[in-house]
Design a protein around this ligand. Structure first.
Ligand code: AMP
Length: 318
């Protein structure tokens, strides 16, 4: 069982780690801005400390920093009593209490999430949301070389959603009941944003959310997500597919990814970008985005695929 006080445990550990400089965290400025065309809101942060975080391919492949954790970062070595996952503070947090759920046994970051991993993630979010009703949590999974992941040891990330920030998926699912996709009912997709994404509302009552239900949601969205790579398979049969998963208590969202970084402003995204949470290393880029938030939709499109809202599935794309 996940401890009822898990939020407190994470917070205590984080405060201690910050005091002792075991985490590299120095956020300078954040602003909420809105793209007037898509209506998408962005929480833009200038985070120069991200320059210290290794990127994909920059780490020594023979070393696995997520296998042996500094004791100062370890919150729980067995998150839910099954022995499968540990909960560890992120060494390079982007918010307070930013943590990782890491498999105790090595599994590859390209592997699909198991129903158990999904359920533990959902339970953790639910517990943490309930522990402090002023906070909302999101778990993300970056899978594949273009997804923005930097470590190959399987891990999910847990963050607190910024106060007063509304991801566009909240608006998209607002007032909608849970459903599983079918030919008649496609996953939700906001036709005003540029990039393809697939969203399902989750049942309001957490007791109704089971391992099976989460697995069905995930695999049905994954099927649609992977369809985008079919056109490339002839040329690159060994293609490793990339996508981001975002999970809150209210909804689950998958985003197929084509590039890790937009060349236009040299900005990289992981799943957070596709909730509108932008982490910017350079002041000049930060200022540009704050002044003209409408550019972000183009950047997210450059790293994703064309939005397919309203396009009917056929025998090749479903
Ligand atoms: P991703 O970039 O999605 O693969 O997530 C990996 C996360 O691990 C990043 O957010 C890093 O900040 C974090 N990280 C890298 N090295 C360590 C470490 N030694 N201990 C804890 N977290 C780490």
């Amino acid at each position: 069982m996940i401890p009822a006080t898990v939020s407190q445990l994470v917070n205590d550990k984080f405060q201690e780690a910050q005091k002792n400089e075991n985490v590299v965290f120095k956020k300078l400025e954040s602003k909420i801005v809105k793209d007037s065309e898509s209506g998408m809101r962005f929480f833009v942060s200038l985070v120069p400390s991200l320059n210290e975080k290794p990127e994909f391919g920059q780490t020594d492949a023979s070393k696995d920093p997520l296998a042996e954790n500094e004791p100062e970062l370890l919150v729980l070595d067995d998150l839910d009593g099954s022995g499968a996952l540990k909960l560890v503070l992120n060494k390079f947090p982007i918010t307070e209490n930013h943590s990782l759920l890491i498999t105790n046994e090595f599994k590859d970051q390209m592997s699909a999430l198991s129903p158990e991993e999904l359920m533990t993630s959902y339970k953790l979010i639910t517990k943490m949301d309930n522990e402090d009703e002023n906070k909302r949590h999101m778990i993300i999974y970056n899978s594949g070389p273009q997804s923005g992941s930097s470590q190959s040891h399987k891990h999910l990330q847990l963050i607190e959603l910024p106060q007063k920030f509304i991801p566009f998926q909240d608006i998209l699912t607002n007032g909608k009941d849970h459903f599983l996709p079918s030919i008649k009912d496609e996953p939700l997709q906001d036709n005003k944003v540029s990039f393809a994404h697939f969203v399902l509302p989750l049942p309001e009552e957490s007791e109704e959310v089971t391992e099976d239900l989460l697995a069905m949601c995930y695999f049905s969205l994954l099927q649609r997500t992977l369809t985008f790579f079919q056109d490339w398979l002839n040329e690159t049969p060994d293609l490793i597919k990339s996508y981001n998963l975002l999970l809150t208590k209210k909804w689950i969202c998958l985003v197929p990814r084509s590039n890790i970084k937009a060349k236009t402003l040299d900005v990289g995204f992981n799943a957070l970008g596709y909730a509108g949470i932008l982490l910017i290393k350079e002041k000049e880029t930060f200022d540009k985005i704050v002044e003209t938030p409408n550019v972000v939709n183009d950047l997210l499109f450059e790293c994703g695929f064309q939005n397919t809202a309203g396009v009917k599935p056929n025998e090749y794309n479903y």
